[in-house]
Design a protein around this ligand. Structure first.
Ligand code: ASP
Ligand code: MG
Length: 413
């Protein structure tokens, strides 16, 4: 007998028909003798609808009241799922975040979980009751309703699994696991049976949207065994999904590279012909940071005759604003010959924990791109990833040739 926490996203509970399907899946696991805790999101689109109602009444709603409104979406789905399971003949009981007592800080709309009281859930589980908990929400020390930020139900699921020391936390979504890359670009992309926690963190931050990044961080901190699975499969299917592991390469695939991530959400800005002297990076990026604009990759050229060029990437939605900020400070805080912007770039990254113990991965990546005549504009590396910025028009080609070069379509021996 195991204790399993399952989390279902908005699409999986998007209609009463789908809720019945979730109930069948939960029942299937319960029948196998497992204790079940089920965390659900609001029905798909519901949180957006609720937040839009508040915005109709005020451009700037009080965050406390916004959370009171937003948290109702999950209250509906926990009740409906409990009703569906009861109708099937199971004992099931729903809890809001406050009823469990998922204690959070009071940072409304982006609260962090501080503690979870598991006593009531334990009692239910011991009596064979299926426990259903509202995702995305908690309660602060004063009893105010709080929410955990968009996509926060993933974090609720992982936090409950940590508090209950569950044997596994299963995140059900509309894909059947984590892939070597997006199958829409590379049809040969392969579902990974395992991926390490660190690789998953990199992939989440590089643009893979399978899991909320905070939930992955939480799982890492509390060593929660996490698995991503599809809720679209038959409820009785025992599809394994992707397991996120902590052990490096123990009973695991021996791939050096696990996946190729990409991101088209960035834009590049180059500040040309700036004086090559101490303080110049700060003079350029200080105001950008002060304006709350996120900078990702940064490259500064070697100086020549006292001048250098300075390039960095920002979120594409913040491109115009960043250019504005730079123009406001140019001439005052720094001199520049020219400021050039390029929105037609993308970032392509290879990720793999095996890079730590293998040399030549970067060279192979660069040669593969060179062979296709793809120019690399920027490079950044960490212990387990190499990212390049290239012209957006080569994105699909780059991902395809890299996937092939690293033989990701093949199951590792
Ligand atoms: N319902 C919330 C949202 O849409 C939380 C979640 O689904 O994870 O962001
Ligand atoms: Mg989600």
């Amino acid at each position: 007998m195991a204790l399993i926490v399952q989390k279902y996203g908005g699409t999986s509970v998007g209609s009463t028909e789908r809720i019945k399907n979730v109930a069948r899946r939960v029942a299937h696991h319960h029948r196998q003798g497992h204790q079940m805790v089920v965390v659900v999101s609001a029905m798909s689109g519901e949180t957006n609808r609720l937040l839009a109602l508040a915005k109709e009444l005020s451009p700037n709603p009080d965050p406390r009241e916004l959370d009171v409104v937003a948290a109702t979406g999950e209250q509906v789905t926990i009740g409906l799922l409990a009703i569906a399971l009861t109708e099937m003949g199971f004992k099931a009981k729903s809890y809001t975040g406050g009823q469990v007592r998922i204690l959070t800080d009071d940072a409304y709309t982006k609260a962090r979980i501080l503690a979870i009281d598991e006593a009531a859930m334990r009692r239910d589980l011991d009596e064979g009751t299926i426990v259903i908990v509202a995702g995305f929400q908690g309660v602060d020390a004063e009893g105010n309703i709080t929410t955990l930020g968009r996509g926060g139900s993933d974090t609720s699921g992982v936090a409950l699994a940590a508090a209950l020391t569950a044997d596994e936390c299963q995140i059900y979504t509309d894909v059947d696991g984590v892939y070597t890359t997006d199958p829409r670009i590379v049809p040969e992309a392969r579902r990974l049976s395992t991926v390490t926690f660190e690789e998953m963190l990199e992939m989440a931050s590089l643009g893979s949207k399978v899991l909320q990044i905070r939930s992955v961080e939480f799982a890492g901190k509390y060593k929660v065994k996490l698995r991503v699975l599809s809720s679209l499969d038959e409820p009785e299917s025992n599809a394994p999904g992707t397991l996120i592991t902590f052990e490096e390469k123990q009973n695991m695939e021996q791939a050096i590279i696990s996946g190729i991530a990409f991101n088209r959400d960035e834009a590049k800005i180059s500040v040309m012909g700036v004086p090559d002297k101490p303080g110049i990076a700060y003079a350029i990026l200080g105001p950008v940071a002060a304006a709350n604009l996120d900078v990702d990759m940064i490259v500064q050229n070697i100086g020549a005759s006292g001048h250098t060029d300075f390039s960095f990437t920002v979120n594409r939605t913040e491109f115009a604003k960043t250019l504005d900020v730079l123009e406001q400070h140019r001439g005052k805080d720094f001199a520049a010959r020219e400021i050039i912007g390029d929105k037609h770039i993308c970032k392509v990254s290879v990720v793999g924990i095996g890079m730590r113990s293998h040399v030549g991965i970067a060279a192979k990546m660069f040669k593969t791109l060179a062979d296709e005549g793809i120019n690399i504009q920027m490079i950044s590396t960490s212990e387990i990833k190499i990212s390049v910025v290239i012209d957006e028009k080569y994105l699909e080609l780059a991902v395809r040739v890299l996937h092939k070069a690293f033989e990701l379509e093949k199951e590792p021996a």
